[in-house]
Design a protein around this ligand. Structure first.
Ligand code: AMP
Length: 195
């Protein structure tokens, strides 16, 4: 049996169900859940100068600078006991972030090679429908399409980069929530058996 704690990354665009699956996996495997969107929203509501800056960036649908978010994630990972696993959600979103993740794991002696990236694949039309139903004010068809385009533009290079040092598994995210969790668990067991 492997002594390395589970190190998972949930990868998927808006509306792919990654938040839901991250919470379920954290519960099922007893992992620390680290969601960068949640952390940033919390910081944005604090009313500090840094928080105000983050709020502006989120409000404009842009990404916060790589070095800033990498620092936040590094602090979270550093504070984890060495035997505690994690599920990262919403990070890395760029190739630079992926490189910085690998670096910090290396530095902490947390075997980057054992990380499993779980990619939730959901057809574009299903995602658009889910987001339109969510009905947030920034969820107009036009803005959704733009965010999806940006995501797709950035996703492929990130996946290509991490394939060099980690395991990447693809899951059909267009299924009931429980089925998606079950398929992820099965894939994780397979990945571990092959390690
Ligand atoms: P999310 O809840 O994951 O969709 O994140 C909400 C917002 O937080 C995003 O639209 C970005 O502005 C910001 N954000 C979250 N994660 C990251 C990240 N890894 N890099 C840069 N910005 C991020």
């Amino acid at each position: 049996m492997s002594q390395i704690p589970r190190q998972l990354v949930i990868f998927g665009g808006q509306g792919s169900g990654k938040g839901t699956q991250a919470a379920r996996l954290a519960e099922q495997f007893g992992l620390e859940s680290i969601g960068t969107g949640d952390i940033l929203r919390r910081m944005a509501s604090e009313g500090t100068p840094a928080g105000d800056k983050i709020a502006k960036i989120i409000g404009a649908g842009q990404l916060v600078p790589d070095d800033m978010i990498a620092e936040i994630v590094s602090l979270q990972l550093e504070s984890l006991p060495a035997d505690r696993g994690f599920v990262l959600e919403g990070y890395p979103r760029t190739v630079r972030q992926a490189d910085l993740l690998r670096e910090v794991l290396d530095r902490l002696g947390r075997s980057p090679a054992s990380v499993v990236f779980i990619t939730l694949d959901v057809p574009r039309d299903v995602v658009v429908k889910r987001l339109l139903e969510r009905g947030r004010h920034d969820d107009t068809q036009e803005l959704i399409e733009e965010r999806l385009r940006l995501y797709e533009e950035q996703t492929t290079p990130v996946l290509k980069a991490v394939e060099q040092w980690a395991t990447v598994v693809h899951i059909n995210g267009n299924q009931p929530v429980e089925t998606v969790t079950e398929e992820i668990s099965n894939q994780l067991n397979n990945a571990q058996a092959q390690a």
